[in-house]
Design a protein around this ligand. Sequence first.
Ligand SMILES: Cc1cc2nc3c(=O)[nH]c(=O)nc-3n(C[C@H](O)[C@H](O)[C@H](O)COP(=O)(O)O)c2cc1C
Length: 181
Amino acid sequence: MTDNIFSEIQKELDLGVSEKKHPFKLAVLGTVGLDQMARLRTIVVRKISKDLRVTFYTDKRSKKVTHIKENNKVSMLFYHPEKSIQLKIEGIATLINDAAILKQYWTAVGERSKKDYTTTKAPGTEITNSEGIEYLNETHHFCMIIVEPKKIEYLKLNPDTHTRIRYSNENGKWHGEFLVP
Ligand SMILES: Cc1cc2nc3c(=O)[nH]c(=O)nc-3n(C[C@H](O)[C@H](O)[C@H](O)COP(=O)(O)O)c2cc1C
């Protein structure tokens, strides 16, 4: 039973990448700030590997990167409103710094989206207004982060009985246990 639901989780996460309007295209990423405050933000899920590693893109000057360098334990939250499914993923984040890999993915980033990684000033820098933002021409600050999931918690709200399952990864194998919702 938990295996069937795990297959459903994999399917929905894959659909999040391939379908434009799928709610799992977006996730809330939680990191631990340098002051130990929980910090949340929305990210776009770019890739889900067969073993459920989640890839997203960011600016390597962003706060989340600073947080991850200090503490690579992160959480991700997904919510599917039509299916009433919430997924919480806890895992280890890795920054991809390999120039060849970054170049390959950077080439595929659309021209409009490239602007997200080429502001002259770092993301989060105070400015007087949004009009005068300047962009770099030759260089960029694009990087990729891969989250390797260690725990996945599934919650499905049903009119009668809710279903909550905690999946843990033990030596590469996922094992699910039902929990009181
Ligand atoms: C719909 C949506 C999608 C976003 N996708 C990304 C993303 O894929 N990568 C990213 O770095 N920021 C993304 N952002 C911006 C982040 O939520 C956040 O504001 C920004 O990255 C700065 O976060 P930080 O200062 O905590 O690092 C997105 C925001 C929204 C509203």
